[in-house]
Design a protein around this ligand. Structure first.
Ligand SMILES: C[S@@+](CC[C@H](N)C(=O)[O-])C[C@H]1O[C@@H](n2cnc3c(N)ncnc32)[C@H](O)[C@@H]1O
Length: 252
């Protein structure tokens, strides 16, 4: 069964499902204008890190579900074109047309305008062979009007929900004001915030994005700096959550 909602009809190979969703959250036109202005220069090193991470993830599936990619501002087209079918879940009404402009060769098969946690049971049942990539979205859950308990519950439910399926995520764990840009840091397990900041040579006040337990404990991961704005740095965790495909070595 497909996610609940109505089909608005669109290009032949593509279905669009519109489901009841909460407001646009971290997406929306302001996000797109900001991304447009920053992706070419300020975000370029981060986009390269995302590309390197995804180049090292080789799930043996023909279909890929992207969760919260927005217009794919930080995703490389070369990753998307590896899959026959790309399915997207993102409630932002502006994201789909912009995604199609940015990634015209991606095999976009379905766009669900909704909240992943609402549509996941039906979508995953309809797509048993699809891998899932969370695209810088899980570090935003806390700021979408959810209580901390609900955020923790949703995050704790991800690994069981996706058991047996290849999945990966990159998500903000901390953000703060600094002009320093540390190097990528590989970790063997979940970050301990204070130790992490010390290791990276960072100090001051940092915002906790409540997403440090997305990946199962034993999973190796990288902490990658994202120079989000002049003077503002986000620390993004990247890792493969389950059913690892062949993984190529990343440069250190
Ligand atoms: C901070 S933006 C980052 C998007 C993208 N990685 C980029 O670089 O442009 C987060 C995106 O997640 C979407 N989003 C937020 N909560 C979501 C949810 N529960 N399910 C699916 N998408 C969600 C928002 O609409 C927004 O497009």
């Amino acid at each position: 069964m497909l996610p609940r909602g109505r089909s608005t009809g669109t290009a032949p190979a593509e279905r669009q499902e519109e489901v009841k969703s909460r407001p646009d959250r971290s997406g929306g036109m302001n996000w797109h204008l900001r991304a447009l202005a920053r992706r070419g220069r300020l975000w370029q090193p981060f986009r390269q890190e995302v590309a390197a991470f995804l180049a090292g993830w080789q799930p043996l599936t023909r279909s890929m579900i992207l969760v919260g990619p927005s217009a794919g501002w930080c995703l490389p087209s070369a990753f998307l074109t590896r899959f026959d079918r790309v399915l997207v879940v993102d409630p932002d009404r502006w994201a789909r047309p912009l995604f199609k402009r940015l990634h015209p060769r991606a095999g976009l098969a379905q766009w669900v305008r909704g909240d992943f946690f609402d549509v996941a049971p039906d979508l995953l049942a309809a797509e048993p062979d699809a891998a899932v990539l969370f695209c810088n979205v899980l570090g935003q859950l806390r700021f979408a009007g959810r209580e901390a308990d609900e955020t923790d519950r949703l995050i704790a439910g991800i690994a069981p929900l996706l058991a047996g399926r290849p999945w990966a995520s990159f998500h903000e764990i901390l953000s703060g004001e600094t002009d320093l840009t540390p190097r990528r840091l590989p970790l063997a397990g979940p970050p301990h915030h204070e130790a992490l900041l010390k290791q990276l040579g960072l100090s001051g006040e940092w915002l906790d994005h409540a997403a440090s337990h997305v990946l199962p404990k034993a999973v190796p991961r990288d902490i990658v700096p994202w120079r989000f704005a002049p003077g503002r740095l986000h620390l993004v965790e990247m890792g493969i959550g389950g059913v690892r495909g062949p993984v190529t070595d990343r440069p250190s």
